[in-house]
Design a protein around this ligand. Structure first.
Ligand SMILES: [Zn+2]
Length: 346
């Protein structure tokens, strides 16, 4: 089915074999921060999601270092962007909002602007080759601090209308509540850029998760929330989400893999759908999690919740509606889905 992925990290979406091709073509190696070369898939996955991987969120920069370390030049960033879009096509994704944090790619002298521009070029090349539509969300990692966050958002504003559609806050959630980053988000309040925030993923406690979701909506004026793992159990917060028209980007396989939940049922997707919350299913880091593609996320959710086509229609329709795309673009996506859906009926 033609579908949209609103929450995928570009650096976690390119398969290892493609990353190693890009490294080879650019005479680089994929290494840990300590300098160990990760020359094959076993070594790579043994490091990225090896022992203790479920704490990945709090050490994301170290675990992703082999990928971030590769993406330090215009050429490698462009090629990662192009390859990301080709991967979307393979999974039947017709529209995506890929995200990445430019400040992780400045270690060899690129500016955040250079980094964003290279990624936009790569995405554009991928879109031209595949016919997939991909926009960019400029993210920043909480552990980078407010200075780099404000810089990332300022650069994102410069590329509004030129492929950048929104901003995002991610990284280590525990100890880094959204209120710390209000000034960065505030920079976009008078702009056309849209806002999403990782919240309620790994906040340390259920109470803090719920507080982070609430404060991301109220203080950061988030249009969408990524994860919101405990939301289904809080009626007052669901009311706020509905009242503000906030959409949810849920990432079931990622949450399960990182032990933020023990069963997909804990996400309460059925209750959220019946409450009218605009919930969508997304991949997060499809090249990192086992069985992590968007299609596999749908298969996992449908089998656990016993969802059929009706719920799939709702989830996909929600992702089209919540996209940071123009109304015309959304209508094109809906039409493409309707066509595929009618073929399926017959
Ligand atoms: Zn994420």
């Amino acid at each position: 089915m033609p579908k949209a992925d609103l929450h995928s990290h570009i650096d976690g979406s390119v398969p290892f074999r493609e990353l190693s091709r890009i490294a080879r073509e650019n005479h680089r190696e994929m290494k840990t921060r300590g300098g160990n070369v990760l020359g094959n898939a076993n070594a790579f996955f043994g490091f990225v999601r090896g022992e203790g991987y479920h704490t990945l969120l709090s050490e994301i920069v170290d675990r992703f270092y082999p990928i971030l370390g590769l993406m330090q030049t215009e050429e490698t960033i462009r090629e990662v962007g192009r390859t990301y879009v080709k991967g979307l096509k393979e999974d039947g994704i017709v529209y995506a909002e890929g995200r990445f944090a430019p400040h992780y790619h400045t270690a060899e002298g690129m500016t955040q602007a250079d980094v964003i521009e290279s990624m936009l070029e790569g995405l554009k090349a991928g879109c031209e080759e595949t016919g997939v539509q991909a926009n960019l969300i400029v993210a920043f990692g909480r552990e980078a601090g407010i200075g780099l966050a404000e810089e990332a958002v300022s650069q994102a504003l410069r590329y509004e209308g030129r492929g950048v559609v929104g901003i995002d806050i991610g990284g280590k959630e525990e100890g880094n509540p959204p209120e710390k980053f209000q000034s960065a988000f505030k920079l976009t309040f008078e702009s056309k850029l849209r806002r999403t925030a990782h919240a309620g993923e790994g906040a340390g406690s259920v109470d803090q998760s719920l507080r982070n979701i609430r404060n991301s909506i109220i203080l950061l004026r988030a249009d969408r929330i990524g994860h919101a793992v405990n939301l289904a159990n809080d009626r007052a917060l669901i009311s706020l989400v509905l009242e503000r028209g906030v959409a949810l980007e849920m990432n079931p396989v990622s949450n399960l893999t990182l032990h933020h939940i023990h069963s997909l049922r804990e996400l309460g997707l059925d209750r959220l759908i019946s409450s009218g919350v605009a919930v969508s299913v997304n991949s997060d880091d499809p090249a990192i999690w086992p069985n992590g593609s968007l299609s596999e996320n749908f298969v996992a959710v449908c089998s656990v919740y016993n969802f059929g086509l009706e719920e799939v229609d709702t989830l996909i329709s929600n992702s089209f509606s919540a996209a940071f795309a123009s109304n015309e673009e959304k209508e094109t996506l809906r039409e493409e889905y309707r066509r595929a859906r009618s073929r399926l009926k017959s």
